[in-house]
Design a protein around this ligand. Structure first.
Ligand SMILES: O=C(CO)COP(=O)(O)O
Length: 279
């Protein structure tokens, strides 16, 4: 077994292999803690455990999206080893928005990343594509980075509407965001039926949707943006499924929910192993 991950462990690489031969884009492994863990002390333990699982030069970029109250603590623990981001923002500068947290506030704390469009916020908080677009635009305009989450429901999957739903969510979510701002955007494909269900999309299904998302991005922004934009898969990613997913050419990483709350599982996901990327 030869570990040929991007940017890593050159001592393990065959001398003739360059890391970029394997991955077109640097892999990006991200965790979304959602409404977890229940106490600051548990958050501290989890952040420490995850940071400890990154030894030496990381093969991937790694990010943790954590609840607002834990941001500063987690950031202090993980330092430069990984990115810490917010799970949502309120796209306003200031004013009468009780409970809101603005991009400016986050930036002033050194937080430069946030999720937008997670299916739980689309469903539970009734966020529309227009709301999500406002969030994405404000984040990029503030010089921050956004992971835009898109994905179809089970009903839409069964009706063969996957590509159509992703296209609409992508076009509306990224409306008025320019090609020059796309380096601040990561896309996460999260089929709703796969989130928290243990029913991970097969690598073949995920690859087919990721390829279609890349081709929509190409139509919107041209090939150089499409080829450099990272597209993550999310939905029941586990230590058992990550390697197969990351072997696919258009799957650039993972957005992990449940398994990011377990140090051993998330540590294994961060240190995923692929011997080759399969077309
Ligand atoms: O929603 C997710 C990440 O944003 C995925 O959650 P699970 O990994 O628990 O399915």
């Amino acid at each position: 077994f030869v570990n040929k991950q991007f940017g890593v462990r050159s001592s393990l690489l065959e001398s003739s292999t360059t890391t970029t031969e394997l991955f077109a884009r640097k892999p990006f492994i991200t965790g979304n803690w959602k409404l977890n863990p229940q106490s600051k002390s548990e958050a501290v333990d989890l952040a420490r455990g995850i940071a400890d699982s990154i030894t030496g030069e990381s093969p991937s970029d790694v990010a943790l999206f954590v609840p607002f109250p834990y941001l500063e603590t987690v950031q202090g623990i993980v330092g430069d080893k990984l990115i810490v981001g917010a799970e949502m923002i309120t796209p306003e500068i200031n004013g009468a928005f009780t409970g809101g947290v603005s991009p400016c506030m986050l930036k002033s704390m050194g937080i430069e990343w946030a999720l937008a469009g997670h299916s739980e916020r689309r469903t539970l908080n009734k966020e529309s594509d227009e709301d999500i677009n406002k969030q994405c635009k404000m984040l990029v305009e503030e010089g921050m980075n956004v992971v835009l989450c898109i994905g179809e429901s089970l009903d839409e999957f069964e009706k063969d509407l996957v590509d159509a739903v992703c296209e609409i969510q992508l076009k509306k979510g990224l409306s008025e965001i320019g090609a020059d701002q796309m380096s601040q955007v990561t896309i996460a494909y999260e089929p709703v039926w796969a989130i928290g269900t243990g029913k991970v999309a097969t690598p073949e299904i995920a690859q087919s949707v990721h390829k279609s998302i890349r081709s929509i991005t190409d139509k919107m922004y041209g090939s150089s943006v499409a080829e450099s934009t990272r597209i993550l898969y999310g939905g029941s990613v586990s230590p058992g499924s990550v390697d197969g997913l990351l072997e696919k050419p258009d799957i650039d990483g993972a957005l992990v929910g449940g398994a990011s709350l377990d140090t051993t599982s998330f540590g294994r996901i961060i240190n995923f192993e692929v011997a080759e990327v399969l077309a």
